[in-house]
Ligand binder design. Structure first.
Ligand code: ASP
Length: 436
């Protein structure tokens, strides 16, 4: 292997001891040419991420309150890294530049971006690598949308002939030079963009877990590391709540066919999870993982001869659209239809939605059931394999859990079950034991 992009998350760069581990990993393989850095994360569970401190600082600056105490704490976080690593890094002018901007024209994204900016600068010095500010090459339009092709060209122009460079994650700039950040966790996207632009053979995403697990380990203690997963499977799991990688980080790497390897900075010998375009048949079981979420409601209509009424579904969905409520699933029967939506989204307009359905569609019955949890069982080979649905349903039946809804995703690689929220954890445990 000759060209690898590596990204280190906040916990991997939270203090000097973590910086040392990161440097060991990078120096262990000269192919690790491009390094994307997050801001310092939590050193222990009760700690605060530097990004959160920066948002808090901005919150005060924005309303003209004194933000200096928070900035001093941020300075201390970086100073302890610099001192312990015995670096000759002049932090003072950097902190004063932030103080000046916060006092004169505070901007939220600028403030948040300083976490990765400073961490990447310090890391570059520690490694003896060059530093590239993404404000010069990760480009957004004025509405905050990433300009992916322009970004790809600019990044390639800056990086291809300059290996051994550190790039701060999480931000870029718009055409006026204003800093724009991705959503939280967005350094993963930066890593993917850099991997694509430099035609990396692999994008290593280093974090604090040894890969993506078959189920949420906080609930299912027997969850196992997934060795191989496809981009599409990962997207299904991420959508349903599995959160190892930022959802949007998959796209640039996928476009360029670059595998993403999730690795553990604290256990570098672990192989982690490999995210690839497709997983060859026979290399693993047919069920890859499961993930779920609570907090859904099911709006259910019954109407005799509904199936003959052309446009019925369209009229129903238009009501949800007018209230800006996206729907998750829509299981239908001959005389009934169910729309599954997020309960919070329905909250503010519940009675209007019901009234409009009554008035426009005159159903024979209309009910809303809340406290629904959805669990998606995901696996590329699932739809062609006998017996998986049976295993899912019998695991839930043996645990005495009633299934309120079943939906086989149209992508044919997931089965979604809706159950009572109060049984969610039990259901995840039962499925994890039965399937993996
Ligand atoms: N530091 C940012 C955050 O906490 C971005 C990142 O770490 O990816 O969300």
């Amino acid at each position: 292997m000759d060209n690898i992009t590596v990204k280190f998350g906040g916990s991997s760069l939270a203090d000097a001891a973590q910086f040392r581990k990161v440097a060991d990993i990078i120096k262990a393989d000269s192919a690790r040419k491009y390094v994307v850095a997050s801001a310092p994360g939590k050193r222990r569970s009760a700690d605060t991420k530097v990004t959160d401190m920066l948002y808090a600082m901005y919150g005060r600056a924005e309303i003209g309150e004194d933000f200096n105490a928070i900035l001093d704490q941020i300075e201390q976080r970086y100073m302890s890294i610099i001192d312990e690593l015995e670096l000759d890094f002049d932090l003072e002018p950097e902190i004063e530049a932030i103080r000046y901007r916060m006092a004169s024209s505070p901007e939220r994204d600028y403030a948040a971006s300083r976490g990765e900016y400073l961490n990447a600068k310090i890391l570059a010095m520690y490694l003896g690598f060059a530093f590239l500010d993404p404000a010069e090459c990760i480009l957004f339009d004025r509405s905050g949308k990433l300009l992916s092709e322009e970004t790809n060209e600019r990044l390639a122009a800056k990086l291809v002939d300059n290996p051994y460079t550190v790039i701060p994650g999480f931000y870029g700039a718009d055409g006026d030079g204003n800093i724009v950040t991705f959503s939280r966790g967005g350094s993963d996207i930066t890593g993917s963009l850099v991997a694509r632009a430099t035609k990396a053979e692999i994008y290593e995403n280093w974090t604090d877990v040894s890969g993506i697990l078959t189920a949420d380990p906080r609930i299912a203690a027997d969850a196992k590391v997934i060795e191989y997963i496809s981009y599409r499977e990962l997207r299904e799991l991420s959508y349903m709540g599995a959160s190892v990688l930022h959802e949007d980080a998959v796209f640039p790497a996928k476009k360029a066919g670059i595998p993403i390897n999730i690795r553990n900075t604290n256990a570098p010998a672990d192989k982690g999870t490999m995210i690839v375009s497709s997983v060859a048949e026979g290399t693993r079981g047919h069920v890859t993982g499961l993930a779920g979420k609570k907090g859904f409601s099911s709006v259910r209509l019954e109407k005799t001869m509904m199936n003959n009424e052309i446009g019925f579904g369209e009229k129903l969905l238009a009501i949800f659209r007018r209230h800006d409520i996206p729907f998750e699933h829509m299981p239908t029967g001959i005389d009934s239809i169910c729309v599954i939506v997020n309960t919070d989204r329905l909250h503010s307009c519940r009675s209007e939605v019901l009234l409009e359905i009554e008035q426009q569609l005159s159903p024979d019955s209309l009910t809303i059931e809340d406290d629904l949890a959805l669990i998606a069982v995901v696996g590329q080979g699932m739809s062609r394999t006998k017996g998986i649905a049976a295993r899912i349903f019998s695991a839930l039946a043996s645990a005495g859990i009633n299934i309120r809804m079943i939906d086989q995703g149209s992508g044919e690689m997931n089965i979604i079950v809706g159950i009572d929220s109060s049984r969610y954890e039990e259901a995840v445990r039962a499925l994890s034991t039965a399937l993996f």
